[in-house]
Design a binder for this molecule. Structure first.
Ligand code: ADP
Ligand code: MG
Length: 745
């Protein structure tokens, strides 16, 4: 460490200690409540009293010390876990609306119980947003006894639950649920025709687990509710075959980052000839151009078994971050259809989008949020800027002794793979457990088959099932285990040394603990660290090392010519590159890419923020109509809701259409964001008028057919029933990110 960075570290440490002092002060106050001598009944009575105080309006800050002491005592009695000091500190920081960084395995699940209990005392519900459905169930069952001991109720939500089950879960004081499920429920509520169908209460407070994943990586994912309405579209198979006819490098090309494709002049001419469309760049052809771009994108940039796979005749997307099948996910309409066409699949009617909200906007509906994760520091600026969340670093309960070795950098992929297999085989011979994090399902399978050739048996994790995955990951610390896993699979699951066999723990510790190997550098140091953090939990021994090569995707995308001296670009050697310049370059590339991604997300927010504002206005007006039984008859209410929903859905289709085509504007030197805003504001302004007119028209039609005043109208017969069936999915919108990047928005 040079002098300057030492100085920075010193200042940081002092600042960190200063910030922590507030939490240690609270800790001391909590410690003064010695409740160990109290019997159960006395604790329960104290909890009830606290609840009454909170409901009478006492400030939660005043109740914090007593509430935390009670929750801590309850946890030690019913779970046998007495919270560590650092867990009380983390809990305090969570209550105060911060983003808490606490290492993997330090016990964030229990730390969250204290602020959840405190905030639930007000009786308005607390959501703990978990990383997946499996963890929602696990944590609710695991921590449930503590809340119940203290007289509160707890519930969890899982995919597949009925409306009644959901209503019950959300009525509980504390609800464990994924943000996705909570969001889908919010969307279903937003098209409910009767208040009896609503499952949510108004949002109150959310604690986001694995917060960086949700608040940064997944934040921009739009949740969608769609309904069965026949949809039309351009002929996908025709575009798919045209895309196959066009030649990469001649007729179309990638942008320099390989994130998007564009037609060359020759390509456009050729396409115009084949399509007999005339100038593709004229406005009336924009749907053709968009469809062709989608087809080219699908043809050349989306790879089967890397970006998606086909299983049981269904197109399934692979999640970039987990490397796993992302269930229930679509690309934006046009691209989804293009990939289906490319694979010769029957394009399914995708239905009509009835409502949509991004996870980021969903979270902004909570008056108060806080988050926790093992990796926050690297993205502190983004948390602050996007969510006004400050990162608070909680020190580990026991000092971390994990050793993070310097990466090994190879010239080419074969050399890297060979070195990986050798290293794993060598370490495995000692029976030390090894966990390998790869970038894709394809890479996992390749590595596993090479390992098999070398006589090393391993578990490969690309399962679809979170529960099964949790089981395998939990055993990754067993003597002799070799586990190959994509990126962040199994996040949230504890890896104990010795796995399920406590008697092995010592032997594994003597071998050096868990050895974590990364097979590539991720787009963000934060995700690298997430993987490293799998080793060395709670002061265990452990180590980590990354294997990278100059042919890796990240370097490729950044542009190798910008990063690597010419002499090395084509060089192939089996030994790793020694020069320290390469390590610096790698860090630089990662920093630049991370910064680019942050910028891109900011730009894209400019698109979605405006739509969100419109959504809120629409939602508010709809709620008023739904609740306002004093001034509208039930017929009038139904008809008005029907038209509100329809016009909103039409509006969303228009927004999507504009959004997919808007990049064309930038070619004409207009600012696409301004143009987008201009058009959708104009369209939104027309809605109230349209709704009023349509409603009046329908009502007069109903009354002239004699049904207007009665309340037993057959809505289906009148063609005024909402969609017959609805379903929900997520949109993989890296497509938009790619697009934004190429046009330098
Ligand atoms: P994190 O979410 O921070 O990665 P978990 O909440 O999954 O960590 O907890 C990791 C492990 O630590 C669990 O096995 C849990 O039982 C254990 N643990 C957490 N807090 C305590 C405590 N106060 N006392 C004993 N064990 C604990
Ligand atoms: Mg956890």
């Amino acid at each position: 460490m040079n002098f300057a960075s030492k100085l920075v570290q010193k200042v940081k440490d002092r600042f960190g200690q200063h910030k922590l002092k507030h939490y240690t002060d609270k800790l001391n106050e909590i410690g003064r409540h010695n409740l160990e001598t109290w019997d159960d009944e006395r604790l329960k009575a104290a909890s009830l009293k606290l609840k009454n105080k909170a409901r009478d309006g006492a400030s939660l800050d005043e109740l914090l010390v007593e509430a935390f002491a009670l929750a801590g005592e309850a946890a030690s009695r019913v779970l046998g876990m007495r919270p560590f000091d650092v867990q009380y500190m983390a809990g305090t920081a969570l209550h105060e609306g911060n983003l808490v960084e606490m290492q993997t395995g330090e016990g964030k699940t229990l730390a969250a119980v204290m602020p959840a209990y405190l905030n639930a005392l007000q009786g308005k519900g607390v959501h703990i947003l978990t990383f997946n459905d499996y963890l929602a169930g696990r944590d609710a069952q695991w921590m449930g006894p503590v809340y119940r001991f203290l007289g509160l109720t707890v519930g969890f939500v899982r995919d597949g639950m009925t409306t009644e089950e959901r209503q019950q879960a959300y009525a509980a004081d504390i609800t464990y649920v994924t943000a996705k499920e909570a969001g889908f429920d919010y969307l279903r509520d937003s098209i409910a025709m009767s208040q009896n169908d609503i499952v949510h209460r108004p949002f109150h407070y959310a604690i986001v687990d694995e917060a960086d994943s949700l608040l940064i990586d997944e934040a921009r994912v739009p949740l969608v509710i769609a309904g069965e309405v026949a949809s039309t579209g351009t002929d996908g198979s025709r575009m798919a075959s045209l895309a196959k006819e066009l030649v990469l490098g001649e007729d179309y090309d990638f942008d320099e980052n390989k994130r998007n494709v564009f037609l060359t002049e020759e390509g456009a001419e050729k396409a115009e000839r084949i399509l007999r469309s005339g100038n593709l760049y004229e406005n009336h052809n924009s749907h053709l151009l968009t469809a062709l771009n989608c087809a080219l994108h699908a043809e050349s940039l989306l790879k089967r078994d890397v970006d998606y796979m086909i299983r049981d005749g269904k197109l399934e997307l692979i999640d970039l971050y987990t490397g796993r099948v992302a269930e229930n996910r679509h690309w934006p309409d046009g691209l989804q259809a293009a990939v289906e066409a490319k694979e010769g699949m029957q394009t399914k009617s995708s239905g009509k989008i009835l409502g949509t909200i991004t996870l980021q906007h969903l979270l902004s509906l909570y008056p108060k949020i806080s988050g926790m994760t093992a990796t926050a520091q690297e993205s502190a600026e983004e948390f602050e800027e996007t969510y006004s969340l400050n990162v608070v670093e909680i020190p580990p309960n026991r000092p971390r002794v994990r050793v993070d070795y310097e990466s090994r950098i190879f010239t080419h992929k074969e050399a890297k793979l060979k070195a990986l297999v050798n290293e794993i085989a060598e370490v495995h011979a000692t029976k030390r457990p090894v966990l390998i994090g790869t970038s894709s399902v394809e890479e996992s399978d390749l590595l596993a088959s090479e390992l098999k050739k070398a006589g090393v048996a391993c578990h490969v994790l690309n399962a679809k099932n979170d529960e099964k995955e949790a089981e395998i990951i939990a055993n990754a610390g067993e003597l002799g285990a070799v586990t190959v896993s994509t990126n962040m699979a199994g996040r949230g699951v504890d890896i104990r040394l010795g796995g399920g066999h406590p008697e092995q723990a010592d032997a594994v510790a003597k071998l050096g603990g868990l050895y974590v190997i990364g097979t590539h550098m991720n787009e963000s140091a934060r995700i690298d660290n997430q993987l490293r953090g799998r080793a060395g939990r709670q002061g265990d021994p452990g180590s980590s090392r990354f294997y990278v090569c100059l042919e890796d995707e990240l370097i490729n995308r950044f542009g190798i010519e910008k990063a690597i001296p010419a002499a090395y670009r084509t060089k192939k050697q089996d030994e790793p590159l020694e020069a320290s310049i390469f390590h610096k370059k790698m860090e630089h590339i990662q920093r630049v890419v991370m910064g680019q991604n942050f910028e891109m997300r900011k730009t894209l927010n400019k698109y979605s923020d405006m739509v969100e504002e419109q959504r809120r206005i629409q939602h508010e007006q709809r709620e008023a109509v739904l609740a306002n039984k004093e001034s509208l008859s039930s017929t009038e209410r139904h008809v008005k809701l029907y038209h509100m929903d329809r016009s909103w859905s039409d509006h969303l289709a228009y927004v999507a259409y504009i959004r997919e085509g808007i990049h064309l504007e930038s070619l004409a030197n207009r600012n696409p964001v301004d143009e987008f805003h201009h058009r959708i504001i104009h369209a939104f302004e027309q809605l109230p008028d349209k709704i009023e007119k349509e409603t009046a028209k329908t009502l007069s039609k109903l009354s002239s057919s004699g049904g207007g005043s009665k309340d037993n109208i057959d809505w289906e017969k009148e063609g005024l029933k909402g969609p017959s069936r609805t379903w929900t999915y997520l949109i993989q919108d890296q497509f938009m990110e790619k697009k934004a990047n190429i046009f330098g928005l």
